[in-house]
Write a protein that binds this ligand. Structure first.
Ligand code: ADP
Length: 275
């Protein structure tokens, strides 16, 4: 709130002192709005036919295709899924950047949320022969108020990356309670892996859109180069800041801290909605 006032005040100063600057700012805002609307329209228009392509590919794959057809259909399925992820990520970034993302504030169980994510990614851990660990500080309050969907998105992206870039190694998600005061808990989260690491000269840019390690890494591991952009923006939206420490060849740690209201008497969200 305080920040807003300061920002508003500085806008006023800008208006008083230098009219040209204000005009430039308004132009930039208009251009940004037009860009955002264009991106949103194009992405939505692409999504409808893509859903048809994905759906029909799925049906054909279920009809016992011949070996040669299976090869083409699998390739079609991969490309369809890639494009779907890509379009959804563009829409997501666009939504956050145009301040259209709304935050939920509901009761959730952090331990359950993290366990569900671990379970959903178990297959990748198994495939890559990774030791997959979840370390939760026993003092962490069980029930919190916040936005579990955004939080899941952040963890899914970071843990998925950690597993993807780690073969025969360790991927650990840890939660530490930093403070518990006036019904508010500050928690620090870290996702650590012993994978390929990130070169020093790439550390500053991995959070930028379409930034990927290198052509070879991209070819080998796939991906859109948008996941970390979304992670950074979502963490900031929740009031935190993402930090990255990584050594090429040794592994990476992505960490951030967030504050939550503690829900002492957890009510089932469905219960709450009952009349
Ligand atoms: P992608 O979809 O390509 O994985 P991200 O935005 O999630 O896109 O990541 C951007 C790039 O950062 C990746 O292509 C990879 O080079 C690097 N990266 C992200 N996480 C890790 C990690 N845990 N270990 C090594 N490199 C990583």
């Amino acid at each position: 709130y305080k920040n807003n006032i300061i920002r508003k005040k500085s806008n006023l100063l800008l208006r008083d002192k230098n009219n040209e600057l204000i005009i430039a700012k308004e132009k930039a805002e208009k251009a940004s709005k037009a860009r955002s609307e264009f991106l949103s329209t194009v992405s939505h228009e692409l999504r409808t036919p893509l859903n048809a392509i994905n759906g029909i590919t799925h049906l054909l794959l279920e009809e016992n295709p011949k070996k040669s057809q299976l090869h083409y259909l699998s390739s079609l399925k991969f490309s369809g899924n890639y494009l779907t992820t890509f379009i959804n990520e563009i829409l997501e970034i666009n939504k956050i950047e145009s301040n259209k993302t709304e935050l939920e504030n509901i009761n959730f169980n952090l331990r359950e949320l993290l366990k569900d994510i671990q379970n959903s990614l178990k297959g990748i851990a198994l495939k890559n022969n990774d030791v997959f660990t979840l370390n939760i500080d026993p003092n962490t309050p069980e029930y919190l108020l916040g936005d579990p969907t955004k939080l899941s998105q952040i963890f899914l992206n970071l843990i998925n990356n950690a597993l993807k870039f780690t073969k025969d190694g360790n991927v650990t998600t840890s939660v530490k309670l930093l403070s518990l005061e006036n019904g508010k808990a500050t928690l620090s989260f870290a996702i650590t892996d012993t994978g390929i690491g990130i070169p020093k000269d790439k550390l500053a840019t991995v959070f930028e859109s379409f930034s990927q390690g290198s052509v070879e890494i991209n070819r080998k591991y796939g991906g859109t180069g948008l996941g970390l952009t979304i992670v950074k923006k979502l963490i900031e939206l929740l009031g935190g800041e993402v930090k990255l420490e990584s050594i090429e060849g040794l592994g990476s740690t992505f960490s951030f801290a967030l504050k939550f209201e503690v829900n002492e008497l957890p009510l089932d969200n469905e219960e709450k909605q009952k009349p």
